[in-house]
Design a protein around this ligand. Sequence first.
Ligand code: FE2
Length: 374
Amino acid sequence: MDTLTQNKTQEILDTFPINGTDHVEFYVGNAKQSALFYQHCFGFDLVAYKGPETGSRDTISYVLQQNKIRFVLSSSVKSNHEIMRHVDLHGDGVKVLALWVDDAKDAYDKAIAKGAESAFEPFVSKDDDGEVVMAGIKTYGETIHTLVERKNYTGAFLPGFIAKTNAANGNGTGLQYIDHCVGNVELGKMNHWVKFYQEVLGFKLLITFDDKDISTKYTALMSKVVSNGNGYIKFPINEPAEGLKRSQIDEYLDFYKGAGVQHVAIATNDICTTVRELRNRGIDFLYVPDNYYEDVLDRVGDIEEDLATLKELNILIDRDEEGYLLQIFTKPLQDRPTVFFEIIQRRGAQSFGKGNFKALFEAIEREQAIRGTL
Ligand code: FE2
């Protein structure tokens, strides 16, 4: 099977309308320190908080924001709490990909009617700033989609949270919005989850990559990208494919102990400035050898950026029929080789950097070899 790109003008068949990503919640071992890491290194602002001081006896959550991106870092002070069980099994990782909807109960009911499994039933929570309706459905691994209806709410985040800032705010790195969130699923499960997004949520299949598209001498993987009707939600789903050595997806599944979010891709309008800033703040990125840049312009044609700067910062380039894109991938963001970020700037291209897959996966293999997990 070759790479397949669906006709982009097909009609919108979403089970319920989605306005965008509401937030991404990470379960972590130490929310206080994680929040400071994402604030200082990636330039997020602290905007809201809940914890023992606000009446949340067991759980602590810090809410960070930068432009349209909202991250929640959650932990617990109780060793037997569900969050700590999750952290013990998976390490720090993404628990919730929350979707912003207009009617959470209606969205939940429709998804359940089409076969979604409930994570939690719709409930209303209120405080002085209004009310929010939330419901949850399960996706791959232990990851869930919370459906968030906030049209009658004016508070900092959700009822129960207080607005909170600190002196590290105001040091953004130009990160704008979440472009896509990628899931790694078990061998043979990619089509199951693609079918879930198609049949339960009404998403369309955007692109298929088979193991011939995504392989090196040693490892391979397969990937399909699903998207909602307005294109604001894009979920590539990866599964391992057979290769001579252990693929990055196998490594992830081993260390995460199952399926989960592999990377969150974050868009910037100026990738050179953003990446230079992230590097200065200590963020490590995957390394692609200098020879990548020797013939890259033969492949992608003219670009506006200075090639020497892209080479210096190790930013990758790809082109499709609609334009080009620039991208770079961080090393894992926690001790386990699991979740990482992609930083992406789109200059017309709506694809995912297929032309870089080989260079990228060879870069990951070099890291795996150093870790002893190839
Ligand atoms: Fe990506």
